[in-house]
Design a protein around this ligand. Structure first.
Ligand SMILES: *[C@@H]1O[C@H](CO)[C@@H](O)[C@H](O)[C@H]1NC(C)=O
Ligand SMILES: *[C@@H]1O[C@H](CO)[C@@H](O)[C@H](O)[C@H]1NC(C)=O
Ligand SMILES: *[C@@H]1O[C@H](CO)[C@@H](O)[C@H](O)[C@H]1NC(C)=O
Ligand SMILES: *[C@@H]1O[C@H](CO)[C@@H](O)[C@H](O)[C@H]1NC(C)=O
Ligand SMILES: *[C@@H]1O[C@H](CO)[C@@H](O)[C@H](O)[C@H]1NC(C)=O
Ligand SMILES: *[C@@H]1O[C@H](CO)[C@@H](O)[C@H](O)[C@H]1NC(C)=O
Ligand SMILES: *[C@@H]1O[C@H](CO)[C@@H](O)[C@H](O)[C@H]1NC(C)=O
Ligand SMILES: *[C@@H]1O[C@H](CO)[C@@H](O)[C@H](O)[C@H]1NC(C)=O
Length: 880
């Protein structure tokens, strides 16, 4: 029976995917059911050549339509609330409409921690301290628009003024107000007269750019600012939210006010087709420098960079950790004395890890005799702190074992250098903290020698060196884009950044995120613009990239892969002083199947080499320069196991697997090569250019089945006449070692998905006995290991004919599943379907037996080629 259905179905499937159907769906954008959208709210985009005003009248004249926003700047269109009687296809059918997007809701994702970091050491590492000292740059004369949650402009470090003469804040507006509160379902937009911040995020971002004070020194405090408030207050569930329609409003206003730079510490989605990316790219095309956060999903692995940072020409920014870390320490008393130990705070039901009086520490073993405590603990831990190393099971499982044995708290220690905030489930009701391996072993040793106690007042602060200082922050999102574009472009300090905060919330705070590294780079651009106002958007982008320093990967000793760090750590001093320009500062190499189109190989064989022509210009008008090329390979990375399941690193929030695995020597051909094939050592006269031919050889000893993303840096050594010193300029490149289209989009079978499940996610054991009716829906649960351009989930009848798409069952430009957010996507099977892909009319299907057909387009796949889809067909079930 089953075989028969799928055989018939296959034939029908091919025939039913006429291109007309896809086109209908393309105009109306859909999002998966798991993406929150505002009910009945749509963003309508007009074609560029359309008169937005008269087209707007057509929309307005439709019955049951309320216009929420007009966009008549860069982005032509409007945001509307449509009554239930309005069909999306009617909106899409209006002449001149290019696309109709549902209005997505976005939540902020930053990590707050109450730490004090007053050290300005980071400004030395980014070249800021030096450029300020030598040239006194502060961004004067440059205009920067910030799209964020507003600013506490009355903060003394931020000017203490609003739009008065001499005030840094000369522009800005509130587009959302304080009442937008997803926790209680209120999406009420009621802007205030000024963009006063009540959340805090925007005030923190503003301080990184603009603060002048004893505690916080902004990068470009002399610039003129605009704040476009598009995020509301922190709501009762601790979240801060907004929607695409409002973000676009803020971006448009920033553009209208004529800013040189727009800084956006905000994101969502993962395709250049996302509306915020579309608007950001238009701004760039019109001469504005847009700097945007790569995203905070690095723990989920590759393909996690977000819109608008992946828009064309947008400067996408990753994060490195600060070199210093300040926090409340753990004070441990052993037989050798007092030790002040750095700890990371976990948030549990019990709150912070605070013990105002000394508590004794025990190092328990579980019933199997293991110190990892992954099995129950028999020892009585009543009133004690349990010291447990990392490994073998989750942090929460260890904490529960200790909790069940009566422990008052848990001190976890890492098995490797470094320290992280452990993720703890809600069932843990005792405080948990984490310390590093050195400190953990010290305490364990001391316990074997005699009694040990610890206390943590939660009040005194101490600054520590951060061993991960200058390395990529674990949360920083990875590239590439779904089209294999190289993002992020570069990185800046974003982990543990001390900056201004609303006065009502304590005035200062440390936050971590690419939200923090983004304004750092926007400020850097302001200094470059101030020093060199004649430079174009492209020239500034190129300067930022080529003057960055690639980051050494501590595990392999090679460079960090460009899909992780971009060009590396920003260097403002080098960027401002640079006399070097290169026309292609960043090289996105295609996969080995498609690269041949550009290179010499095209006879179906894989491309072993990619060729690029680079034009190098000497911007010094007095002195000639001599160029030599060196190559710095980066560690290759993957997020897959050789059997094509996702690596454990993705689930356990560890660094992705690399090649080489450690510091061992590996065969030379497993490391990519970058070399020059003609005019390799040019002398470039003052103001002149030279063309160099570059050849990138992909690694040949690495198996395609292991799915490696490789990369490296072309390091140009330039020596100007009579100077005797060399300057180094970096061009990152990266590519995929194989055919990207072969990577499975649907998760590996062994994960048990896709599956028909109950609402709680539990699998339906015997679907043929399952009956969908008004009380009982089934769900299709599925997991995407890559982004996908088209996902369709159809209900199919016994003849194998598609009856329609499930609600939320047809959408384009999907992100991949992020395990840290939710393990899988779900779509409901409840008897209603959309007969056509534009999702305009829901119809109830007749009672009968059906199955589900799920089709997901793999990366770089062709919409109309059936073999480019990953396909799953369910067992049959009954709809009553
Ligand atoms: C941070 O430092 C300031 C003074 O430098 C101090 O007043 C404050 O209590 C410290 N802690 C926090 C959390 O702000
Ligand atoms: C929801 O939150 C908003 C903003 O905080 C508040 O104005 C409104 O009264 C709340 N509504 C309910 C029903 O709690
Ligand atoms: C900050 O870190 C740097 C580099 O590790 C170190 O030299 C410096 O002493 C630290 N600053 C403080 C205040 O601890
Ligand atoms: C715990 O993990 C280590 C490696 O990390 C392994 O050698 C050991 O066998 C594991 N123990 C158990 C009980 O699983
Ligand atoms: C790779 O090739 C595909 C197909 O031609 C194209 O869509 C994609 O944009 C290319 N990516 C890069 C980084 O060149
Ligand atoms: C795939 O490989 C990983 C890592 O080696 C392993 O843990 C997993 O069990 C394997 N899965 C299958 C289905 O073989
Ligand atoms: C099925 O779910 C959709 C989307 O939530 C809803 O609009 C529709 O009314 C439901 N149909 C039935 C028969 O419950
Ligand atoms: C639907 O499937 C059920 C269970 O397999 C079967 O009893 C029933 O006859 C089928 N109905 C139709 C219309 O095929």
């Amino acid at each position: 029976m089953w075989v028969l259905i799928s055989a018939i179905f296959l034939a029908v499937f091919t025939a039913s995917f006429s291109s007309a159907e896809w086109t209908a769906g393309e105009k109306v954008v859909n999002y998966p059911a798991s993406v929150p959208v505002k009910r009945n709210s749509f963003i309508i985009e007009f074609h560029d050549h359309i008169d937005a005003h008269s087209n707007g009248l057509k929309v307005r004249s439709m019955p049951d339509i309320a216009v929420d926003h007009h966009y008549n700047g860069l982005f032509k269109g409007m945001a509307v609330t449509a009554g239930n009687s309005v069909k999306v296809s009617d909106l899409a059918g209006i002449d001149g409409v290019r696309k109709v997007y549902p209005n997505r809701i976005h939540k902020l994702n930053t990590r707050a921690s109450k730490r004090n970091i007053t050290s300005t050491y980071l400004h030395q590492k980014t070249g800021l301290a030096k450029i300020v000292k030598e040239l006194g740059l502060d961004g004067k004369g440059v205009k920067i628009g910030i799209v964020d949650s507003g600013v506490d402009y009355e903060h003394p470090d931020l000017g203490g003024c609003w739009k008065t003469k001499g005030c840094p804040w000369q522009y800005g507006e509130d587009f959302i107000g304080d009442k937008y509160d997803l926790a209680n379902g209120s999406t009420v937009v009621s802007p205030n007269s000024t963009p006063m911040d009540c959340d805090g995020h925007g005030t923190h971002v503003s301080g990184i750019l603009a603060a002048t004070g004893a505690q916080v020194q902004g990068v470009s405090p002399g610039a003129t600012y605009g704040m476009y408030r598009v995020l509301s207050c922190t709501d009762s569930s601790g979240e801060t939210a907004t929607e695409d329609a409002i973000i676009i409003k803020g971006m448009e206003a920033a553009y209208r006010d004529g800013h040189d730079i727009v800084s956006m510490s905000i994101g969502g989605g993962g395709w250049a087709e996302d509306p915020t990316s579309v608007v950001a790219s238009k701004m760039v095309a019109n001469g504005v420098i847009v700097v945007a956060a790569a995203g905070n999903y690095g723990n989920d692995g590759l393909f996690t960079a977000q819109s608008p940072s992946i828009g064309n020409g947008v400067i996408s920014v990753g994060s490195v950790d600060n070199w210093n870390y300040t926090g409340t320490p753990l004070i441990v008393h052993t037989n050798t004395g007092l030790h002040t130990i750095r700890k990371a705070e976990a948030t549990t039901q019990a709150g912070m890890f605070i013990f105002k009086k000394p508590v004794s520490i025990a190092a328990p073993r579980d019933i199997t005799g293991n110190i990892n405590c992954c099995s129950p603990i028999e020892m009585d831990l009543k009133g004690k702190l349990a010291l447990i190393p990392r490994g073998n099971c989750t942090f929460s499982e260890k904490a529960i074992a200790a909790q069940n044995a009566g422990a008052a708290g848990v001190i976890l220690y890492n098995e490797k250098a470094g320290i992280r905030t452990p993720l703890i489930e809600r069932r843990v009701s005792i405080p948990v903290t984490m310390i590093n391996v050195k400190d953990g072993e010290l305490i364990a040793m001391a316990i074997s020698a005699g009694p040990v106690t610890a206390m943590a007042s939660g009040e005194e602060y101490k600054t520590f060196d951060n061993p991960n200082g200058g390395k990529m922050s674990d949360f920083s999102s990875y590239g590439p884009t779904p089209e294999l574009g190289l993002v992020p472009l570069l990185s800046a300090p974003g982990g543990d950044i001390w900056s201004t905060y609303p006065r009502k919330k304590g005035s200062y705070l440390s936050l971590s995120g690419t939200s923090m590294s983004t304004p750092y780079v926007a400020g850097a651009v302001a200094l470059i613009k101030q020093a060199r106002p004649e430079l174009s958007v492209d020239q500034i982008r190129a300067l930022l990239v080529t003057s960055s320093s690639s980051i050494t990967d501590s595990k392999t000793g090679m460079q960090t892969n460009p899909y992780r760090s971009g060009a590396g750590l920003v260097n403002i001093y080098n960027a401002v002083q640079s006399r070097f320009h290169i026309d292609r500062p960043i090289l996105s190499i295609n996969d080995t199947k498609r690269e041949g189109v550009y290179g010499v190989i095209s006879n179906g064989a894989d491309a072993k080499s990619a060729f690029r022509t680079l034009t190098i210009s000497n911007m010094d008008t007095q002195k000639g320069m001599r160029i030599a090329l060196e190559h710095l390979p980066a560690a290759a990375i993957t997020m897959y196991n050789p059997n094509h399941t996702l690596s454990n690193a993705v689930y356990n929030q560890l660094a992705l697997p690399t090649w080489p695995k450690g510091r061992e020597k590996v065969p030379a051909n497993t490391i990519p090569q970058g070399s020059c094939s003609s005019n390799c050592h040019p002398y470039i006269a003052p103001g002149e250019s030279a063309v160099m031919k570059i050849r990138i050889d992909r690694p040949v000893g690495l198996k395609e089945s292991e799915r490696w993303f490789y990369g490296g840096f072309l390091s140009f050594k330039a020596e100007w006449d009579d100077e005797g010193t060399q300057s180094t300029f970096t061009v990152p490149y990266a590519g995929y070692n194989g055919d990207l289209n072969k990577i499975n989009a649907l998760s590996h079978k062994s994960e048990g998905l896709p599956a028909l499940v109950y609402e709680n996610g539990k699998p339906i054991d015997v679907p043929s006995l399952f009956k969908v009716n008004s009380r009982n829906a089934a769900f299709v649960a599925y997991k995407l290991d890559t982004p996908s351009r088209v996902v369709s989930i159809s209900l199919v009848d016994l003849e194998g004919k598609r009856v329609g798409y499930l609600p939320g069952g047809y959408y384009t430009n999907s992100i991949r599943t992020l395990p840290s957010v939710r393990g899988f996507f779900m779509a409901a099977v409840n008897g209603s379907v959309y007969p056509s892909a534009d999702a305009s009319e829901l119809a109830n299907v007749p009672a009968g037996n059906y199955s589900i057909h799920l089709a997901v387009l793999r990366l770089l796949g062709n919409l109309e080629r059936e073999s480019d889809y990953d396909i799953w067909d369910s067992d049959m079930f009954t709809i009553e």
